[in-house]
Design a binder for this molecule. Structure first.
Ligand SMILES: C[S@@+](CC[C@H](N)C(=O)[O-])C[C@H]1O[C@@H](n2cnc3c(N)ncnc32)[C@H](O)[C@@H]1O
Length: 220
């Protein structure tokens, strides 16, 4: 009987955290990042390969990760683009920026990590081949997601790619149809969608005629 009670407590806690994440989104605190963003489960199930393949990242490209956390995905991006490419990583948390800087200090590509906000990217317009956002879009308040996507659109080359990946256990998880709605409202056209157990993602490109529209849904 005790195990049933324990299970009910775990399920209730999960639902409460999920409700909080959906109704009052906020950035993951840094003290949780070391545990949640780099652990054996992530390496086995949520490894960066899915992101890199969906994003079709190639050697020599100039790429960026918005909301890089401790640099787990950025490190893999750097390996993929190699010595001829570059990786720009950005996060709003100074501690995460320090951790990612340490992690990328020996990367073969030209890697730069900066502190900043997703809605005001520090990079020149039309300067990047690809941008990835992994488990981060849902952390923004619903009314700021479009601003962040519009900034990504600005820094991408006209034929550049934005890839957004979401993980289901994340309390800020965005379902595929909600994510597609944000991308379309921000002037992106979907190019490919990928799915694995517990994760999904969409690769998109700036639509030729696209321009930022209205928030698809004010609710988180
Ligand atoms: C769940 S973590 C994911 C980190 C990384 N993408 C990964 O997959 O390992 C989300 C990150 O997005 C960052 N973030 C949230 N809101 C942000 C914003 N407005 N601008 C920049 N970074 C932000 C958080 O600080 C956090 O490090």
């Amino acid at each position: 009987m005790y195990w049933l009670f324990g299970l009910a407590v775990v399920v209730a806690a999960f639902l409460a955290v999920r409700w909080q994440g959906q109704t009052h989104p906020h950035p993951m605190p840094f003290w949780l990042e070391g545990f949640f963003l780099d652990n054996p489960l992530r390496r086995q199930v949520f490894g960066p390969r899915f992101v890199l393949d969906l994003a079709a990242v190639a050697s020599g490209e100039q790429v960026a990760e918005v909301g890089c956390g401790i640099g787990y995905v950025s490190e893999a991006l750097a390996e993929r683009v190699g010595a001829g490419g570059s990786v720009q990583a950005l996060d709003q948390s100074p501690e995460a920026v320090r951790a990612a800087t340490r992690r990328l200090s020996a990367c073969a590509a030209a890697c730069t990590v900066v502190e900043g906000d997703a809605a005001a990217l520090p990079w020149p317009s039309a300067s990047l081949d690809a941008v990835v956002m992994v488990a981060m879009l849902g952390e923004l308040p619903a009314d700021r997601r479009l601003a962040a996507l519009s900034e990504v659109r600005r820094v991408l080359r006209p034929d550049g790619r934005l890839t957004v990946v979401e993980y289901w256990p994340d309390p800020h998880f965005l379902r595929p149809e909600r994510l597609a709605g944000y991308l379309s409202a921000a002037g992106f056209r979907m190019e490919a969608a990928g799915k694995r157990p517990g994760q999904h993602g969409i690769r998109s490109r700036p639509a030729a005629e696209g321009k930022a529209g209205e928030e698809p849904d004010a609710q988180a």
